[in-house]
Design a protein around this ligand. Structure first.
Ligand code: NCD
Length: 322
């Protein structure tokens, strides 16, 4: 594994499978009455969130705490960032506090890369979502969920067909998933209105289609994307109703999928827009288990990047010299 996790492209097939296998082992901790391992005792993990988040922030926090790390959660609102402090000065402050890992979510694509490569901090940097760019731990938890449901929890995703639908243009989840799924051997089809596809999508390792019904019939899994209205300053489709009719997943469409096929969504959902409420709550929906799996996968990432198996603290006889 590389020192930082900035993009799904940082993961080889072997790295990705190592994360998934480690996550599967760590998932067993969640079934215990005491959900804690001493592995990262004495390590400091900083959650640096410049953008809103529910699932990702809580999930990283739970993951670090279950491994006994000290967790500092820093949200830009209420910090000196709102007084105009730069990313560099924020990073130097974290470094002065001895952060071993910094988990960063930022509205600007590339902010985690800057943090990792500028030499401001020594710890590992984990990208928890940067602008329209990437969200690699989401891709890992999605791969975990796919493997659990479609492959008996082992190996890679060779030959599995995953259809990713909706606002690909604004989705870091779509980009990270397409890269990782291709690395794991899955066949990805993106379905979106032409206005919601990014420039250069023809170079992504996937197929592109405008016909949801045709793609659903063959899919082993369908991943619905949130229509990211907060990032849209223009009109990308005529009306919400029109969007739902062509690109939304409702009960009728779900019925046309293979019996074993599953429904995914990274959350937060616009119920009634990209996904109907009955589909979101149906038996085929694995949306809640995606959240559960997120904790195990993030535990695995922290464990592997922070060298969880090397001693975090000096043994008593190696103590500080008097
Ligand atoms: C996604 C994100 O923030 O990129 N959500 C998440 O991390 N669970 C997707 C979204 O906001 O639609």
């Amino acid at each position: 594994m590389k020192k930082h996790l900035l993009s799904s492209a940082d993961l080889s097939r072997e790295d990705a499978i190592l994360v998934l296998d480690t996550a599967a082992q760590l998932a067993q901790v969640a079934d215990r009455p005491v959900k804690k391992l001493p592995t990262l005792r004495g390590r400091t993990v900083v959650n640096l969130f410049f953008e809103d988040s529910t699932r990702t922030r809580i999930s990283f926090e739970a993951a670090a705490k279950r491994l006994s790390a000290d967790v500092i959660t820093f949200s830009a609102k209420g910090s000196s960032v709102s007084k105009g402090e730069s990313l560099k000065d924020t990073a130097l402050t974290l470094e002065a506090m001895g952060a071993d890992a910094v988990i960063i979510r930022h509205g600007s694509s590339g902010a985690p890369h800057r943090l990792a490569n500028a030499g401001w901090i020594n710890g590992s940097v984990i990208n928890a979502g940067d602008g329209l760019h990437e969200h690699p731990t989401q891709a890992l938890l999605d791969a975990y969920t796919l493997r659990e449901n479609l492959c008996g929890g082992v190996g890679d995703l060779a030959g599995k067909r995953v259809t990713i639908v909706g606002d690909v243009l604004h989705s870091r989840v779509a980009r990270s998933n397409t890269l990782l799924l291709a690395t794991l051997g899955a066949h990805v089809t993106l379905v979106a209105p032409p206005t919601l596809l990014p420039v250069g999508v023809e170079n992504w390792p996937c197929e592109v289609s405008y016909d949801l019904d045709a793609s659903l019939a063959q899919a082993d899994a369908v991943m619905m994307l949130r229509v990211q209205l907060e990032r849209m300053n223009d009109s990308y489709f005529p009306t919400a109703r029109e969007y739902s009719r062509r690109y939304g997943l409702d009960h009728r469409r779900m019925e046309s999928m293979s019996e074993h096929a599953i429904v995914m969504h990274p959350g937060p959902m616009n119920r009634g827009m990209e996904i109907s409420a009955d589909v979101a709550d149906s038996k085929r929906s694995v949306i809640v288990s995606q959240v559960t799996n997120g904790v195990s996968v993030r535990m695995a990432v922290l464990y592997l990047l922070l060298g969880g198996n090397s001693p975090a603290q000096p043994a008593p006889h190696e103590g500080i010299e008097e």
